[in-house]
Design a protein around this ligand. Sequence first.
Ligand code: TYD
Length: 119
Amino acid sequence: MAENQNGVKRMEIKHIQSRGALLTSLEKFPFEVKRIYYIQGIQNNDVRGNHTHKKTRQLITCIRGNCRLNINNLSVMFLDSTESIIIEPSDTHKIYNFSNDCILMVLASEEYSENDYIR
Ligand code: TYD
């Protein structure tokens, strides 16, 4: 796992050409994955996230398309299927600038609970 100068962690994504198809694999998660959710059909001008969590750690990537991810107003990253970023509970994350075909996928360390949000 690599870390940028602002302490943002990236996980490696493996892309394998397999009989003309593209197989994508992620492994060695830094937490036990208890939930996966994905969002599609997001309006270009929508902003998702914009909160922190008490306990939940998340790994975020785009299965398709791209968007931008802002963490703590320090790091702005281009996110697509080659990037996967760890969002720590105290990281305020804003996701925006969605391409029309974007499918955002998130793997989370906790099951869904509104009590875990700090909005
Ligand atoms: P929210 O987490 O606010 O979306 P985002 O962070 O992408 O802006 O969730 C939007 C709605 O979906 C809210 O009503 C809660 C619900 N939700 C679930 O029921 N389960 C989940 O796993 C998630 C992430 C959200």
